[in-house]
Ligand binder design. Structure first.
Ligand code: MG
Length: 384
């Protein structure tokens, strides 16, 4: 089984579930800017072994699918009055496409991982049906109407079922045709038709969105998986009287000094602002107001390490820094390595992740007239 066109998916999205709130069926509510349905469809469409995808919508929602309908390997069909009728509509929509195996999935599980899909597909090599599940680890009680514990149940051998539930295509299609439409899920349909269903390992991430709290859980899990943030910072300090400049914590003898409320380390300020920007935490002036006398003449490493600390507290690790210093003089190149190491030490990352480079502005503008030094920085933060 290597031909991806032989494995199809049916995504059942015909429900009207409003319990999750928001005044819309849950599959159309947004999770980090994309609908639940779009996340779920993407999980199958991006899987290397899954070919055609049948999306089963409520008849009232057919207009929600124009973008998807345009894909030749997507079929959008209207569902029926019951879940089983909707699945059957999806299976019939796939007929004639040479499908050997089909994965039937609830649209309300948008976080299904490629590994779960892989396990279901693999199990179908040796079984007519396969589905992910997790063993029950909590104690099971029987509660009386008033909320009193009346008894316990043995949890041995009990599982929490998930989807996608996978089957040999013609076998499940035939099972649905003969079923009475009352089955809770496709495993029940398959078993009623005498098909064995193998349990494969499920995933706690593969949660089913049902109530309002599930949106928050799903958003947190999504953030967990892929949150990368980019920030940029820009700063300028003017030259004044003096005999050295401090750039990225490195003192360089010069005929002038940079002026400013703190030590005027323009490079470190740009990196600090980039980190704060990536976190949408305002800028250096908000955290260290120039009006506050305690920051007069302060070493800028305090600002930078504070920004790094805020990032760490929020769960982000600094992936890399790229800083450009813009000036005619002093010459930065000979000191760039030390600057990189100095920043890396403060940020507690490898110097290979900190780039410090310099350019002139070809004698144009305020940096070209040697009135000051400008710095621009980009950083990337990743959720650790
Ligand atoms: Mg500054």
């Amino acid at each position: 089984m290597n031909d991806k066109t032989c494995i199809a998916a049916v995504i059942v999205a015909a429900g009207r579930g409003m319990r999750a709130g928001g005044g819309l069926p849950k599959q159309w509510r947004l999770l980090r800017g994309r609908s639940v349905a779009a996340h779920t469809i993407a999980a199958f469409r991006t899987h290397p072994r899954v070919g055609p995808v049948a999306l089963v919508l409520h008849p009232d929602d057919m207009a929600m699918a124009p973008g998807w309908e345009a894909h030749p390997d997507m079929i959008v069909v209207a569902g029926g009055a019951t879940r089983a009728a909707s699945v059957r509509a999806g299976l019939e929509g796939l007929a004639g496409r040479g499908v050997d195996r089909v994965l039937i999935h609830d649209v309300a599980r948008p976080l299904v991982g490629a590994d779960v899909i892989d396990r279901v597909i693999a199990a179908l090599d040796t079984a007519p049906g396969a589905a992910p599940a997790l063993p029950i680890v909590d104690a099971l009680w029987v509660g009386a109407a008033g909320g009193t514990v009346e008894g316990t149940r043995d949890r041995a051998g009990l599982w929490r079922a998930q989807t996608p539930q996978g089957f040999r295509f013609e076998a499940i299609r035939a099972a649905h045709r003969t079923g009475d439409g009352s089955a809770a899920d496709d495993v029940a349909v398959a078993r009623a038709a005498g098909l064995d269903v193998r349990i494969v390992e499920g995933d706690e991430r593969n949660l089913k969105i049902t109530g309002p709290g599930d949106f928050a859980r799903a958003e947190a899990l999504l953030e967990d998986g892929m949150d990368i943030r980019i920030g940029n910072g820009f700063d300028v300090h003017a030259f004044g009287e003096g005999d050295r400049v401090v750039l990225c914590g490195v003192e360089i003898p010069h005929t002038r000094a940079l002026t400013g409320h703190s030590d005027a380390d323009v490079g470190m300020h740009a990196v600090t602002d980039a980190i704060l920007g990536a976190l949408a935490e305002g800028d250096i002036g908000r955290h260290f107001p120039p009006s506050d006398p305690q920051w007069k003449g302060a070493a800028s490493r305090i600002f930078l390490s504070r920004a790094a600390e805020i990032a760490a507290t929020r769960g982000y690790a600094l992936s890399n820094v790229d800083l450009t210093l813009i000036c005619e003089r002093p010459k930065v190149g000979p000191h760039a390595g030390r600057m990189s190491r100095e920043l890396a030490t403060i940020l507690d990352i490898e110097p290979s992740r900190v780039s410090v480079k310099a350019t002139t502005s070809e004698r144009l503008g305020f940096t070209g007239r040697e009135e000051g030094i400008a710095a621009m920085a980009t950083v990337a933060l990743v959720k650790a």
